[in-house]
Ligand binder design. Sequence first.
Ligand code: SF4
Length: 63
Amino acid sequence: MVKITVDYDKCEGAECGECADVCPMEVLVIEGDTLVIKNKGECSLCEVCMDVCPDEAIKIEDD
Ligand code: SF4
């Protein structure tokens, strides 16, 4: 099962949205001003979100 952690002290939310733009599974979504995690079970562990995040706010782990 994937574990997705967003550090909201670092995340810029809707100001950025890079991860939501690239997530192929629509797991990461901007709602209002905030990044939210949806359908975690759909995550393919591609780690593209981690790669594009300018704030190193996302951690993807396979546990
Ligand atoms: S690892 Fe890939 S599928 Fe999972 S949340 Fe990040 S971009 Fe989406």
